[in-house]
Design a protein around this ligand. Sequence first.
Ligand code: 13P
Length: 265
Amino acid sequence: MAQVSRIPLIAGNWKMNLDHLQAIATVQKLDWTLKDARHDYGAAGSEVAVFPPFTDLRSVQNLIAADKLDIVFGGQDLSEHEAGAYTGEISGAFLKGLDCTYVLIGHSERRTLHGETDQQLARKFSSAVKHGLVPVLCVGETADDLEVHGPSAVPVAQLRATLAGVTGTPNFVIAYEPVWAIGSGQAATPDQAEQVAATLRATVAELLGEETADATRILYGGSVKSSNIAGFMRQPNVDGALVGGASLDVTEFASIARFQKHVGT
Ligand code: 13P
């Protein structure tokens, strides 16, 4: 597969942490901390995204727009529906209206705690694309899956199921997050992440063509810290990270985002 330059993405999934006031302080501090790195490394660095809770989005939007911050943001989920009698749901149109760039789809916590199915996630994926949001599709195997099926089978099956009805050349991101690595302190090894990322990319090539596969960013997520990010960023098929716990600590998250992608170094 051709080696193309994909802009790395370092994304912080805040999960259900930080209210709107804490969000403002966190994004301000993040911008401030990243400025030095951007000054040192120039525009070649990673794109930095945060995924705050829904109730923070308006505050984050206003801050980023007013101060022209070089940080993008997205929702942690979206409804498969457009509007109507769906109490508690948030539509893609609403997220787009708040200038979200991205939206997470199928995080393992949504799959497990909210019973989201691959079929439902396929509809959410279409809805995100329809509203001009970039879906960040999360896939990953449990420890049991890993033992029974090996590392790639479940993530690839989840990817296939979500892309089943997709045509054309959608702009999307895949986050490979082994469930056993999330919040456990036990990250996958860079080699494990690379092996699954390469298989996911080959699957995108098979389903949507080489060009889309070359353009699609694949992130690793699961216990990423400043002390292990370098190993992941060195992998040719890993284009960044989806960071949970460590994204709540601005200094730590900025250290992760500082790591430059130097393939082969
Ligand atoms: P941790 O970085 O806390 O392991 O969480 C990963 C994650 O779930 C990001 O979406």
